[in-house]
Design a protein around this ligand. Structure first.
Ligand code: C5P
Length: 242
């Protein structure tokens, strides 16, 4: 996979016109667009159509988390939309993740492409103190490991996790287990609210299969230039493009 195909741009833009324009504008430099809960809720239909028209892939980042039957139906409905990546909160448990897989496979049986199924571990905006407040006494890494194992046992293709956890996840779940990493900040960009961050080059070197970048691109003065710069940084990393 080329670095460009491994760059997922988070389209966290609430203004419809601006969001749709940005897709056309950024398409030459990126492989995937991540469609999250905010723009999807506001104008999802048009957004998915615009990405498909640009010939790009969709990571539908709706982070499903509900009872197994509901998630199965949601996964089925999402997979029917011809998307390439879809995610679920691992904290929903094995039965929920297995049901999610069943839903996506059912859609595939009916002719839809099977999306990569990705589990969400610990949000990169959370740190040890946030986990402690929610009742977890261990480290962030222990929690991520536990959730990645649940995903792997349930037939997910991979997980979303911070770049700092990639090595541990690959060791625990195998080299082919996909790791998608947000919390990416080039040295020239702001950290914003992300607490566990790393640069694009470091993430690729650490073994990330895909990196998710939002604000450093979409809020840049020149978003296309920012995306190209990030792809160049990814290219400069050892093992990239293999
Ligand atoms: O703007 P920024 O690069 O921080 O955007 C990161 C994107 O990745 C956001 O859309 C956020 O919802 C998503 N994400 C994350 N941490 C996770 C999972 C998803 O930041 N663990």
């Amino acid at each position: 996979m080329s670095p460009k195909e491994r760059l997922i741009v988070a389209m966290d833009i609430l203004d419809k016109r601006q969001c749709l324009d940005m897709i056309g504008f950024l398409s030459p430099a990126v492989g995937y667009f991540k469609v999250g809960i905010a723009p999807f809720t506001a104008f999802g239909e048009e957004l998915l159509r615009a990405v498909a028209a640009a010939g790009k892939k969709v990571f539908l980042d709706l982070k499903f988390h509900d009872i197994p039957n509901t998630v199965k139906n949601a996964a089925y409905a999402a997979a029917k939309r011809n998307i390439q990546m879809l995610n679920f909160h691992c904290s929903g448990g094995e039965a929920m993740l297995q049901a999610a897989r069943d839903g996506a496979l059912l859609a595939a049986k009916e002719g839809a492409p099977k999306p990569l199924l990705i589990g969400v571990t610990v949000l990169t905006s959370m740190d040890k103190e946030d986990l402690r407040k929610s009742g977890w006494a261990g480290s962030v890494e222990e929690k991520v490991k536990e959730l990645a194992l649940i995903a792997s046992r349930s037939g997910m293709d991979g997980v979303v996790a911070s770049p700092l956890e990639i090595g541990m996840i690959k060791e625990t779940c195998g080299r082919d287990f996909i790791v998608v990493t947000p919390g990416i900040r080039p040295e020239w960009a702001d950290g914003d609210d992300q607490k566990r961050i790393t640069t694009p080059a470091e993430a690729i070197r650490a073994g990330a299969d895909y990196i998710v970048v939002g604000r450093p691109i979409i809020a840049a003065k020149d978003p296309l230039e920012a995306a190209k710069r990030i792809v160049e940084e990814m290219e400069s990393s050892v093992g990239c493009g293999t």
